[in-house]
Ligand binder design. Structure first.
Ligand code: 13P
Ligand code: SF4
Length: 349
């Protein structure tokens, strides 16, 4: 059992030895003990953009979750290698859409809607889903460009299928003026479309997936904050439900949340509805503001938290020793079409 100081020394040593041959991106939801060593921190879009332009690094140790590391592998050259410090760092939302379910859904939806649908997938999805979407002319989206990408999709087809997060899809489409009645939910377990209006009036088909962290922010939490702190601004991630977003003052990606609070006048008050590590970091970095979590229990993403200092040190040491572990290699056949979906987004971001 090594002490934190010993583990930190290992990380720093490998970073020094490898210099620009190593790139260490960190998502905003990562622990402080990991973020302190990140070469860049960002939301999903920024980390994807940075991976795509990372020409020097031969090793990318991704401090985030599995789909982010896959994305980095798809966007980098074959001679660049991506590693995930703990293979168990998945994403429960990404796991809610598998390729078999998606192909089945697509066949049924095409039979109903006769080639009028363009698929879009949140980057929080497996490489296989991105590949499926890319093959059918669609694109990926992130929480910071979903609106622009949905508008782009509607320039080409009458309808969209949005995978796998129903909430980001619903919240964004609603902001673009699409009435909730024109949105239907595809249930991949029951293999059926849940719709309120006649099926030909449906314009947005939402995959029935959600984020297990953001579902913990409820309308009850919002009511509590409004009651206890009437002057507080409520800002949430669009992975929260429509009801929660509707009752909040602002909704946006992790970068949006960070920037809103950075630009706010000193002394303003905020309740934030997103992952705990980021909320705690914002609280620490802004002593001039009064900031709380929208849910007083604080909501951690258990899989993001699997990347910790011991795993980071172990991963870097394995690379330095020439026996790298936990390599993320997306099958080339899958990667080709997945890259099309990502490129369609990156061209417009
Ligand atoms: P963003 O950082 O892109 O807002 O994504 C949030 C998230 O849930 C990542 O898993
Ligand atoms: Fe997945 Fe939600 Fe965790 Fe992001 S916060 S990695 S969407 S489970």
């Amino acid at each position: 059992q090594m002490s934190d100081d010993e583990l930190r020394a290992i990380v720093q040593r490998v970073k020094n030895e490898m210099g620009s041959r190593l790139f260490l991106p960190g998502h905003h939801y990562q622990k402080d003990e990991v973020i302190e060593f990140a070469d860049a921190r960002g939301d999903s879009l920024k980390l994807a953009q940075l991976s795509a332009t990372q020409h020097e690094a031969e090793a990318i140790v991704f401090c985030g979750v599995h789909f982010m590391a896959e994305t980095a592998d798809i966007l980098t050259r074959d001679d660049q290698h991506v590693y995930l410090p703990d293979m168990r760092a998945g994403c429960t939302m990404a796991d809610m859409a598998n390729i078999t379910q998606t192909e089945k859904a697509w066949d049924k939806l095409m039979a109903t809607f006769d080639d009028t649908i363009l698929p879009l997938t949140y980057v929080n999805s497996t490489a296989a889903i991105k590949s499926f979407v890319g093959k059918h002319g669609g694109a990926t989206v992130t929480s910071s460009n979903a609106a622009g990408m949905i508008e782009w999709a509607f320039e080409q087809k009458e309808r969209i299928l949005f995978l796998p997060d129903q909430h980001l899809g619903r919240n964004t489409a609603y902001d673009l003026g699409i009435p909730l009645e024109q949105m239907a939910v595809w249930d991949p377990i029951r293999e059926e479309l849940l719709h309120e209006v006649p099926v030909e009036e449906v314009r947005v088909i939402l995959w029935k997936g959600h984020c297990s962290v953001h579902e913990n922010f409820t309308t009850l939490n919002v009511e509590q904050v409004r009651n206890d702190h009437p002057d507080m601004n409520i800002i949430v991630h669009p992975e929260c439900s429509r009801e929660v977003v509707a009752l909040s003052d602002y909704a946006g990606s992790t970068n949006f949340i960070i920037n809103q609070i950075k630009d706010a006048p000193a002394g303003s008050a905020w309740a934030i509805g997103t992952e705990m590590n980021l909320v705690n970091r914002i609280i620490k970095e802004h002593p001039e503001q009064h900031i709380i979590s929208l849910n007083p229990r604080m909501c951690p993403c258990l899989t993001m938290n699997r990347i910790d200092l011991p795993h980071l040190a172990w991963s870097l040491e394995s690379i330095a020793n020439g026996e790298p572990q936990n390599v993320i290699k997306v099958d080339r056949g899958v990667a080709v079409d997945a890259k099309k979906a990502l490129d369609r987004m990156l061209e417009r971001a």
